[in-house]
Design a protein around this ligand. Structure first.
Ligand SMILES: [Ca+2]
Length: 494
C-alpha cells in the first residue's frame, strides 16, 4: 500500500475531499514512486502533492535547532572527550551529517543574517559586522513569507540579534528574541547581571511572564518551544526555530552541571597539550577545560533531547525535518587583550572571528526519518542554503539569492564537492579575537585566505590538512592566482 494511500485512509472525509480538490486543481496525479522526497509520512499535519510545474511539494513540520558559538569539535560525536552530548550524537547518527558545512561569517550577526536571508551577508557594499537591516527584505526574496504562504505556522524562539523582532521578517510568533546578542544572565532573573557591576546589554523581552526563580534560560526557552508544539494547530504544518542563547557568554550554568564537569576535567589527562598557542594578535586555547562552558554544552544537549522526545510523544518525529547547526566556530581565541576563553576547536585552526576552519566550520545535521539516508556527506554547504532548501521543499519555488537548494545533496543525487564559496571579514577584532582583515575562498579541497591589507596569501588543502598547518601558497602559485581572481570577482559584486 502506498504511503499516499495510507494518508487518504487516515484522513477525515473533509481532508480527503480537500486533498482530491488539490489534485484536481493541479491536474496532476499523485506521485507514488519511492525516492526519498516523493511521499509524505502518515501524520496529521503532513501533505504531499504535485505542483503545477510537476515538482514534488512536501510539507513536513520543520524544527531548526541553532546553537550560538558551538564549535565543530564541541560534540562527543565529533571527538570531544570532555563534553558529553548523547542526544545530539544520536540525532547526528540519524541524520545526513555534513563534514564540510560552513557559516557564512565567523561571528554572530552576519552569520545569522546570511542564514535568514539565504545569501551572502553583504549589505550596502560591505559585510557589516553589526547593524543589518532585515525589515526591508522584498517579498520576492523573503523565505519566511514564502514558507508562511505555503500554509505553515512559523515561530522563532531565542537569539535573533537582527533587529527588533523576527515578526518583521514574517514569523507569526516570536518569543524572547530581539536585539540582544546574549542574555545578561542565563540564571533567573535573566535581565540582571550576576556578580559585580551593571550590564550595558539590551534586556531580553518576554522573559518575565514565562520564568520563575531558579530557572535556567535555556530550559525556559525549550519549554516554550515544547508548549508551542503541543498547542499547535494540527491542521497545518509548523516551522519552529529555536536559536539557543547557549553556548555564548556569559559563562553561567547550573551548579550541579559545573561540579560534575569540574571533577571530570580535573581527572582528565591533557598530556603535553599546551594551554594556549599563538595565533594572529593573540592566542588559541588548546584545551576543553572550562567546566562552566562544558556544563552549558551539556545543558544544550539535554534540551535538544527533550524536544526530540516531545516530537516522538506527539507522534510527529517521522514527518518533522530537523536541522541542527551552529552560527560559527567556538570561542577559542583572544587578541591583544587576554580573557577567559570557552573551548578549543583543535584539531581545526583558531576559532570564532577567524577565517581558518576553527572559525567557520560548523556541526550541521539534517534528519528526516525514513526520507534521508543517514550518512556522512562531504558536499560544501553553507548556512545561507538552509532557507532556500526549506522553501524549495515546501513551495517548489526558488527565490533569487546566492544560497542553494540542498535537496539534491540531501537526496544523494548530487555532490557539491567542487562548489566555490566565499567569505569577507572586513570588521576584524584584533583586540578581542585576534583576527585581522581577511577574505577567503574555498573551491573543492582548497582554501585560499587573503589578508588583503598586507596582500598576503595562505593556501591549504583542507581534505589533506584540515588543521591548516601546511601553507601551499609558494608551492602552488597558479592555484593562488586562479582562486584570488575568483575571490576578487566575487568582492567586485558588492
Ligand atoms: Ca555566535
Amino acid at each position: 500500500m502506498s504511503l499516499n494511500f495510507k494518508i487518504l485512509l487516515k484522513a477525515s472525509a473533509l481532508r480527503v475531499f480537500a486533498f482530491m480538490l488539490l489534485i484536481l486543481t493541479f491536474s496532476c496525479k499523485s506521485n507514488q514512486n519511492s525516492s526519498p522526497f516523493d511521499s509524505a509520512q502518515g501524520s496529521d499535519s503532513s501533505s504531499s502533492f504535485d505542483s503545477a510545474q510537476g515538482s514534488k511539494i512536501e510539507k513536513p513540520n520543520i524544527l531548526i535547532l541553532h546553537v550560538d558559538d558551538l564549535g565543530y569539535h564541541d560534540l562527543s560525536v565529533h571527538g570531544s572527550k570532555i563534553y558529553q552530548t548523547p542526544n545530539i550524537d544520536k540525532l547526528a547518527g540519524e541524520s545526513v551529517r555534513f563534514t564540510n558545512a560552513y557559516a557564512n561569517y565567523p561571528r554572530c550577526v552576519p552569520s545569522r543574517y546570511a542564514m535568514m536571508t539565504g545569501g551572502y551577508p553583504v549589505q550596502n557594499g560591505d559585510v557589516p559586522d553589526d547593524g543589518f537591516e532585515i525589515d526591508n527584505i522584498p517579498d520576492n526574496k523573503n523565505f519566511i513569507k514564502a514558507i508562511d504562504g505555503a500554509g505553515y505556522q512559523t515561530a522563532y524562539f531565542g537569539k535573533w540579534h537582527l533587529g527588533e523582532d523576527p515578526k518583521e521578517l514574517g514569523f507569526d510568533t516570536s518569543v524572547a528574541a530581539g536585539h540582544a546578542g546574549s542574555p545578561i544572565s542565563f540564571l533567573y532573573p535573566f535581565n540582571e547581571k550576576k556578580g559585580k557591576g551593571k550590564s550595558k546589554k539590551a534586556p531580553i523581552k518576554d522573559l518575565d511572564e514565562i520564568s520563575k526563580d531558579g530557572d535556567y534560560l535555556t530550559d525556559v526557552l525549550t519549554d516554550q518551544v515544547a508548549q508551542y508544539i503541543k498547542n499547535r494547530d494540527k491542521n497545518a504544518p509548523f516551522m519552529a526555530m529555536l536559536a539557543f542563547y547557549n553556548v555564548h557568554q556569559p559563562f553561567e550554568a547550573k551548579e550541579e552541571d559545573i561540579k560534575r564537569n569540574r571533577k571530570e576535567i580535573r581527572a582528565f589527562d591533557f598530556g603535553d597539550t599546551p594551554e594556549y598557542i599563538k595565533e594572529g594578535t593573540g592566542r588559541t586555547k588548546m584545551r576543553q577545560d572550562n567546566a562552566t562552558y562544558a556544563a552549558m554544552v551539556e545543558n544544550t544537549d539535554e534540551n535538544v533531547g527533550k524536544l526530540l522526545a516531545l516530537l516522538e510523544a506527539e507522534g510527529i518525529l517521522d514527518n518533522t525535518l530537523i536541522i541542527f547547526s551552529s552560527d560559527h566556530g567556538g570561542l577559542s581565541n583572544d587578541g591583544t587583550k587576554q580573557r577567559n576563553l570557552a573551548t578549543t576547536n583543535y584539531p581545526l585552526r583558531a576559532g570564532k572571528g577567524h577565517l581558518y576552519d576553527g572559525g567557520i566550520k560548523i556541526p550541521f545535521f539534517v534528519k528526516w526519518q525514513d526520507k534521508l539516508q543517514p550518512r556522512d556527506e562531504s558536499s560544501l554547504v553553507m548556512l545561507m542554503d538552509v532557507l532556500p532548501t526549506l522553501t524549495n521543499l515546501t513551495t517548489g519555488k526558488n527565490l533569487e539569492t546566492e544560497g542553494q537548494n540542498m535537496l539534491p545533496v540531501l537526496n544523494d543525487t548530487e555532490e557539491w564537492d567542487d562548489r566555490t564559496v566565499f567569505w569577507h571579514s572586513s570588521k576584524a577584532r584584533p583586540t578581542n579575537t585576534g583576527d585581522t582583515k581577511s577574505s577567503a575562498v574555498r573551491e573543492g579541497d582548497f582554501k585560499l585566505i587573503h589578508w588583503y591589507k598586507e596582500n598576503r596569501f595562505e593556501l591549504y588543502n583542507i581534505a589533506q590538512d584540515p588543521g591548516e598547518q601546511n601553507d601551499l601558497s609558494k608551492a602552488m602559485p597558479e592555484r593562488v592566482r586562479t582562486l584570488s581572481r575568483k575571490l576578487n570577482n566575487w568582492k567586485s559584486t558588492f
